[in-house]
Design a protein around this ligand. Structure first.
Ligand code: PMP
Length: 287
């Protein structure tokens, strides 16, 4: 089915969607994005994503071309016209184009920000077989820029990280800086020791995951404690369990790190429980 996408105020066929070659997201990665999941035709944690988008924009002195309410309407309209039951909505806001290339930001009074949204249909998104087998990961050096808290479209290194994982025959990579794990290529990283979830504290070093915030809120319900601190790959290999979180993977168990199986090499009970709670609670709150 041909998708209907949203481009700068218009709903158009994906084949007719066009942006300028001078768009700063294209030339300079000068744009921010969000990915919101859809389950049962409803949006998961839209408010969290909208808030983070506003923060990313403000950190880059950009403005949104649409209000939060209008953004919600666009998300819902795309779900409706594309008949999405389970899937993802990708949203990107760019600094726009002033018709030329220049390192200096264009005047926001005369250059409109650009906005693009499209859907990705993923039937059975919450029943992914990977949740039953768990993910194998490798560790790689974190070579990204220093403002990873801003969700920019500058995703080349994470993309290279996925390719390194693919080459190594595994599912993903955790990035390591100064001896400590920062996060996964497109997800936040956690280990479990006993009844404690350990994950790096929020700073400019990592993306402030919307799923992370929710899972840490639900830890109580799983009778678990949370420790926000740095951990090393050696500590992770020695952990009882590990998992990742993201808006598209939810909570996904990790069963092997750099060739070392965790526990018996199958998804741990606590990670599975956290996934269950996250999905239950998120579905209840979906809009
Ligand atoms: N870290 C990085 C680097 C990511 O790209 C993502 C997903 N966009 C996350 C963490 C997870 O964030 P969220 O739970 O908001 O999807």
């Amino acid at each position: 089915m041909t998708r209907t996408v949203y481009v700068n105020g218009d709903y158009v066929s994906e084949h007719d969607a066009k942006i300028s070659i001078f768009d700063r997201a294209f030339l300079m990665a000068d744009g921010v994005y969000e990915v919101t999941s859809v389950l049962g035709g409803k949006l998961i944690d839209f408010d969290g994503h909208a808030k983070r988008l506003e923060r990313s924009l403000s950190e880059l002195d950009m403005r949104s071309p649409v209000s939060r309410d209008a953004l919600l309407d666009i998300h819902r309209e795309l779900v409706r016209v594309n008949a999405i039951t389970d899937g993802l909505i990708y949203l990107q806001i760019t600094r726009g184009s002033n018709g030329d290339r220049d390192f200096v930001f264009p005047d926001p009074e005369t250059t409109e920000p650009g906005i693009v949204l499209f859907t990705q249909n993923k039937p059975g998104l919450a029943n992914s077989p990977a949740a039953r087998t768990g993910l194998k990961i490798i560790s790689i050096e974190d070579q990204r820029w220093g403002r990873r808290d801003i969700k920019t479209v500058q995703l080349l290194y994470p993309s290279m990280g996925k390719m390194m994982a693919q080459k190594a025959g595994v599912d993903d990579a955790w990035m390591v800086e100064d001896g400590a794990v920062t996060e996964g290529t497109s997800n936040n990283a956690y280990i479990i020791k006993g009844n404690t979830i350990i994950t790096r504290a929020l700073s400019n070093d990592i993306l402030h995951g919307i799923t992370r915030a929710a899972v840490l809120r639900f830890a109580n319900e799983a009778q678990m404690q949370v420790e926000e601190r740095n951990f090393t790959i050696d500590e992770a290999k020695d952990a009882d369990e590990a998992f990742i979180t993201s808006a598209s993977a939810f909570v996904m168990p990790v069963v092997e790190i750099d060739g070392v199986p965790l526990g018996d090499g199958t998804p741990g009970a606590r990670s599975r429980r956290l996934r269950e709670i996250y999905l239950d609670e998120s579905l209840k709150a979906a809009i």
